[in-house]
Write a protein that binds this ligand. Structure first.
Ligand code: ADP
Ligand code: MG
Length: 695
């Protein structure tokens, strides 16, 4: 057939009429390529024919033999139709039984050569195959459904696995020996990847010596090549976009010398951890590049991201540039402002805070300072950059705890003609494979360690029936001067009930359980300033127990809180629970995280809570979360840039994505995107991966 066979509609395959083509189309199979890129989801080894005499009950087996006799009978009771055939080979004979498949009487006739595959059973009348797969042995078609390692396809609509198998075979037979390949030859050689044609063939019809376990784990060279191809094409699109959006150099050049190094060292109140040092090195190296930085700094709660960002800020300020430091809420902004102002109090840099509650008059003064450049570092909420703020010389934007927002923000900045370095920070560890998809255009730095001297958090998984013990634990902690959080889930669709239970709980705790202490309620329906008031009172120690339906503001830092109780923990996601746990363990005291669950709980819930009790490491937990939930659910209902994939699996094939990412960047950065690959990125990339524009 022609070169363009891959894009040929399936209707042009022999034996596919309009009716069947419509069925296939409904199953999403339009072209030959669609067919070839829907890989079998499992394989079965039917290649080794066993002598009939060697068959044992309880095993799956394939035999090749001749039909010796057949009989169709109808049971008296219930009218079952039973078709029996006796198959014989040189070593012996065995009975095959099919229930309610009377039509077989026309197909399986005496003297016919046949391959049988199925479970060998034993009953009072001896060994037999029950409802086995069969295939007639003829000259023109051997070993499609039996007698080989057989591919199984997910049933799609009216397209049965056997039908797909036949069509795939036919398509492959018509494919020319050489087909165009979007994978560049040098990558193929370096990574020892099979040619496309061979990989297409072997993923569907593996050679008989292929290891079935390896096939079912999707680890054979042919499968890996197909998956790599898909991931590579996906990553090439991202790499290209990243390259295209950062091609123009920044309007300023930064440098780092000993004077700047010692200026930064002077503000350091402690020694950086190795992880912090590595992250800082990556960030500063990026800032010295002529193109703007676009980097995500990941570190578990309490890993110490702020100081790393601040040191980067000093590099920018020492180079005469301004820094904007943005947080998602006013509380977090004031928290950052307090810390930063304290650390920079001995420096010559001026730090200001600008939020929604800054009085208008003061706001105007601040705008003027920002515009003139007398403010070196401005801390604020995310509105900071959106509003009409004009900067004198904006060099670095730090965005805390809202990376998705940050990606959009950067586009907004570019729209204003600003091209600062951008550093996004998140305490929600993103599994590597998702970072490579959703955030593929970012560079990622990671702080894998925690500063020394942290007191460990003890995690308790407890049934509802042990509530009294938990109250005792809380009471002991409050008596010792600590504070506690109690979190309620807020499930969509049942907000009212949940809100009611949280409100009642807060009243009950106040009136009956902890009358000597102050209990307050925080929920998502409250106005932002009311929320901020409650949070401030809690931070100031005026409230002892905070009952909350919302996930307590990410990043909130109340060192005196030492107990986190999560009600209905079975309803929360793993990463969410880890975030909640991160609200305690911030002071010098031992802290407790209690996960209260209500039975019956699902196996999934049990796994989640166990994973949490087993590890305190956010990265470990994020990977586990991804395995348990799958990539689609990992981000919850949030819009995400996950690609539609045909062959690869983001969880199973993480390592392939890693290779694809590296190779795609390499080829784009070497200026190697041209010809068909470039055309693919420009014309087909978005559609193939089902991507919607973000930001
Ligand atoms: P996060 O990464 O969650 O934003 P922070 O930057 O708020 O964490 O840091 C948490 C706490 O750890 C802060 O009180 C900070 O001063 C402290 N800290 C950060 N780095 C170190 C370090 N290397 N040694 C000791 N304490 C540190
Ligand atoms: Mg933080």
């Amino acid at each position: 057939m022609r070169d363009d066979l891959l894009s040929t509609p399936l209707q042009f395959l022999k034996g596919v009429g309009p009716r069947k083509a419509a069925d296939l189309a409904r199953a999403g199979l339009l072209t030959v390529e669609d067919l070839l890129y829907r890989l079998p989801f499992r394989y079965e080894d039917r290649s080794k024919m066993q002598p009939i005499v060697s068959l044992r009950p309880g095993n799956k087996a394939a035999v090749l033999g001749e039909i010796k006799s057949c009989k169709l009978s109808i049971t008296r009771r219930r009218g079952f139709k039973i078709f029996n055939a006796v198959i014989g080979d040189a070593s012996g004979a065995i009975r095959c039984t099919w229930m309610n498949q009377a039509y077989l009487a026309d197909i399986l006739v005496p003297h016919q050569q046949v391959v049988i595959f199925g479970d060998v059973k034993l009953d009072s009348s001896g060994l037999h195959f029950m409802n086995p797969e069969y295939e007639l042995v003829t000259d023109d078609l051997t070993g499609l459904h039996t007698g080989r390692v057989v591919p199984f396809y997910e049933k799609t609509g009216t397209v049965t696995p056997n039908m797909q198998r036949k069509l795939v075979r036919q398509a492959l037979d018509e494919l020319p020996a050489e087909i165009p390949d979007l994978l560049p030859a040098d990558i193929r050689e370096r990574l020892h990847l099979l040619p496309r044609r061979a990989a297409n063939e072997a993923t569907h019809f593996p050679p008989n010596d292929a290891a079935v376990d390896e096939l079912n784990a999707f680890r054979t060279p042919a499968q890996r090549r197909m998956i790599f191809e898909e991931f590579f094409l996906y990553q090439v699109g991202h790499a290209w976009r990243r390259h295209a959006t950062s091609a123009d150099p920044k309007p300023f050049v930064l440098k780092v010398d000993d004077r700047i190094r010692s200026s930064a060292a002077k503000i350091l109140p402690f020694k950086l951890t190795p992880g912090q040092r590595q992250a800082l090195k990556e960030i500063v190296e990026d800032m010295l590049e002529p193109q703007p930085m676009h980097r995500l700094l990941q570190g578990d709660v309490g890993a110490g991201k702020t100081i790393v960002a601040l040191l980067a800020a000093i590099v920018a300020m020492e180079n005469g540039l301004q820094v904007a430091f943005m947080a998602p809420t006013e509380i977090l902004a004031s928290q950052h402002y307090g810390n930063i102002a304290r650390l920079l109090s001995q420096s010559r840099f001026r730090v200001d805070l600008l939020t929604g509650s800054t009085p208008p008059l003061h706001k105007h003064t601040l705008y003027a300072h920002i515009e003139r450049g007398t403010t070196n570092l401005i801390v604020g909420t995310h509105a900071l950059v959106q509003e009409s703020t004009t900067f004198h010389k904006l060099g670095l934007v730090v965005i805390d705890e809202q990376h998705r927002f940050g990606v959009a923000q950067r586009a907004a900045l570019r729209g204003k003609g600003l091209r600062p370095d951008v550093l996004l920070m998140t305490a929600t560890p993103i599994p590597r494979t998702l970072a490579l998809t959703d955030y593929s255009e970012l560079d990622v730095s990671k702080i894998p360690d925690l500063p020394p001297g942290r007191t460990p958090i003890r995690t308790w998984v407890k049934p509802e029936s042990r509530r009294d013990e938990i109250y005792q634990l809380i009471r002991d902690q409050l008596d010792a001067g600590r504070q506690a959080y109690i979190i309620y889930p807020l499930v969509e669709g049942s907000e009212k009930i949940d809100l009611k239970s949280a409100t009642e709980m807060a009243d009950h705790l106040q009136a009956e359980i902890f009358p000597a202490y102050r209990v307050a309620l925080l929920h998502g329906r409250m106005k932002q300033d009311a929320k901020d008031r409650v949070m401030s009172a809690f931070a100031a120690g005026q409230i002892h127990i905070l009952v909350s339906t919302t996930v307590v503001e990410v990043g909130v830092d109340v060192a005196n809180a030492s107990v986190m109780v999560v009600e209905h923990a079975e309803r929360f996601g793993l990463s969410q629970l880890h975030q909640l746990r991160g609200r305690v363990g911030r002071g010098q005291w031992e802290s407790h995280c209690v996960l209260l669950y209500q039975s019956p709980w699902t196996d999934d819930a049990r796994e989640r809570l166990k994973a949490l009790a087993d590890s305190n490491d956010g990265f470990v937990i994020a990977e586990r979360d991804l395995e348990l939930r799958g990539p689609g659910d990992f981000f919850g209902t949030r819009q995400s840039g996950l690609p539609t994939l045909r062959t690869g699996d983001l969880v199973r094939d993480r390592d392939v994505m890693e290779d694809a990412h590296r190779e795609a960047r390499r080829i784009v950065e070497q200026g190697g995107l041209s010809g068909e690959l470039l055309q693919f990125v420009l014309e087909r990339w978005q559609q193939q991966f089902g991507l919607i524009e973000v930001g």
